[in-house]
Design a protein around this ligand. Structure first.
Ligand code: 8YV
Length: 330
């Protein structure tokens, strides 16, 4: 690869990152910050040496098929790579990288915040005074549910799942998890975490369930209608991973019918479109909906940009980029 490859970035990144990219490489930045159209994305892969996409770019096999001969690296600005057909890219000789590790704590914070927001009705309560509806205190008004002493079931015990477990333990929750494999014994002991080989059995016993696994072909609708029905009627579900992991239509129906008490969702199946029935449930205070902001901190976005740059530089210098994603990892 040439020393100053053309790096095409599909969305605005923090100023310091854009400045550094300009210093190091030839760049084409999207100063509009609008998601690229299909034609613009095709043009980007046709002309770029390095593409820096985000979650709003669907780089499927047909987009990869339009790649020009120069495109050798897709350095995703994001941890999840479900926006990219990694096997198709790799088959075409294109390396894919992501930004793991730097958004772990922020996403775990937001997951904990969602648990508290749903259980303690924070968004509902926060509207009362600005809306002029506070007539005074009453012993039986705005009662939420205590989280201390409850059971938290984490679906996917990777970095974010473990960071959530540390926080939740400090809040007095007992930690349970389902994962492809056990976490190392030292971590399991530190978290006093109980491993559930059967997701079904875990779901049936938890007070709070948090989805923290990646979206892969194997986790699409992992929380299917059948599995969601196993949850306790007073349980709540939170998702800061990917909308596609939960059958959102089934979840909506179960909350509407009272079969699941509530949910906190930061991600949706058809972002940015959100099912109007979920929006209605949010207005009724049964669900808390956030616009995919789990990792949205200034520090986190800069760290993600720095990771992108480290990966591009390693690749340009002929080294293996540190955050290479292989099809076997999915
Ligand atoms: C990012 C995310 O905002 O990194 C991820 O996987 O889901 C997000 O938190 C997004 O990916 C940026 O492209």
């Amino acid at each position: 690869m040439k020393k100053r490859p053309l790096v095409v970035v599909t969305r605005r990144l923090p100023d310091v990152i854009e400045t550094r990219l300009r210093e190091l490489f030839d760049t084409r930045l999207n100063l509009d910050d609008k998601p690229l159209s299909a034609e613009e994305l095709a043009e980007a892969v046709r002309t770029a040496d390095v593409l820096v996409p985000t979650i709003t770019d669907e780089i499927d096999a047909s987009v990869i098929g339009k790649a020009g001969p120069g495109l050798k690296l897709i350095a995703n600005f994001g941890n999840g790579v479900d926006n990219i057909d990694v096997p198709a890219a790799v088959a075409r000789g294109i390396t894919v990288t992501n930004t793991p590790g730097v958004l772990t704590e922020d996403t775990a914070d937001m997951t904990m915040a969602l648990i508290l927001a749903v259980a303690r009705r924070i968004p509902e309560g926060a509207r009362v005074i600005p809306d002029g509806n506070w007539a005074g205190w009453s012993p039986t008004w705005m009662l939420g549910r205590r989280i201390t002493g409850k059971r938290l079931g984490i679906v996917g015990m990777g970095r974010i799942g473990q960071a959530l477990a540390r926080r939740a333990k400090a809040f007095g929750l007992s930690i349970h998890y389902h994962n492809r494999r056990h976490v190392p014994p030292k971590i399991e002991a530190e978290l006093e975490a109980t491993y559930w080989e059967s997701l079904d059995q875990m779901l049936a016993r938890m007070d709070i369930v948090s989805v923290n696994c990646p979206h892969t072909p194997g986790t699409y609708h992992l929380l299917s209608a059948r599995r969601l029905k196993l949850m306790k009627p007073d349980a709540i579900l939170v998702n800061t991973a990917r909308g596609e992991i939960i059958d959102e239509g089934a979840l909506t129906k179960l909350i509407e019918s009272g079969a699941i008490a509530g949910a906190g969702l930061d991600v949706f199946e058809e972002e940015p479109a959100v099912n109007p029935r979920l929006v209605r449930l949010a207005k009724q205070g049964k669900v808390v909906l956030l616009p995919h902001m789990g990792s949205a901190t200034v520090e986190g976005r800069i760290a993600m940009g720095e990771k992108v740059i480290v990966n591009i530089r390693a690749f340009v210098d002929g080294h293996k980029p540190p955050d290479r994603v292989l099809p076997s990892m999915l």
